[in-house]
Design a protein around this ligand. Sequence first.
Ligand code: Z5A
Length: 212
Amino acid sequence: MTCRGVLIAFEGGEGAGKSTQARLLADAIDAELTREPGGTDLGDRIREWLLHPDAHDEGRSLDPRTELMLMLAARAQHVSERIGPVLESGRDVVVDRFSASTLAYQGYGRGLPIEEVRRACSLASGDLWPDLNILLDVAPAIGAGRAAPCSLPDRIEAEGEGFHERVALGFRALAAADSDRWVVIDASLDVGAVARAVREAVSTLRRRGGPR
Ligand code: Z5A
């Protein structure tokens, strides 16, 4: 019988270093690397539409519930088409954002009711939750400062400071409420120091007898 793989999610605000660390970890443990929103053809199309700066042109803003449902549509497809089968095959999956991003951005950031967002996440993922969430914690101003100087902010990055502060507080609240499944790493450290802390967190998960 094959043991199910482990699902590890990187979480945090813009510029925290999630993509960098997700790639380093996936290489180090030979895991499948993917990201949200995205990870499938449909998910990539939804991502493009959701994040495009003109997705709310002509004065029409995107309703927070519409944003939530689109994030979840991408996730449902991602889990059924890709993440679920890979985990079932026994391979580990490293994902750059997962359900905690929905709770932080659409719940804490947009103000949708947290418990309803949690139930919706559970429905979309078939009640799949990461074995480990790694919060790369950095002040929003530092993260925003790491963006490429000439890059145009996407629709969500372009939200105001207050929004990104609520998101950051939301991530910390989620981590504090479930310390068995979360580790918080100071993402203001250099890339190598953060990568070492990530590897230590994954080793601890394995020693505790995570899925494998
Ligand atoms: N979203 C949502 O609202 N609801 C959901 O359910 C989901 C997502 C799943 C997805 O964008 C957007 O969708 C996101 C949340 C929302 N919007 N925002 N904001 P994304 O995940 O693609 O975008 P992002 O978080 O803004 O990605 P990012 O800016 O690329 O950040 P990152 O992946 O955390 O960082 P990085 O790409 O690894 O690094 C950024 C730069 O910093 C780069 O030049 C690195 O070389 C540098 N870097 C990395 N680590 C360090 C350290 N330790 N020190 C110094 N410099 C570093």
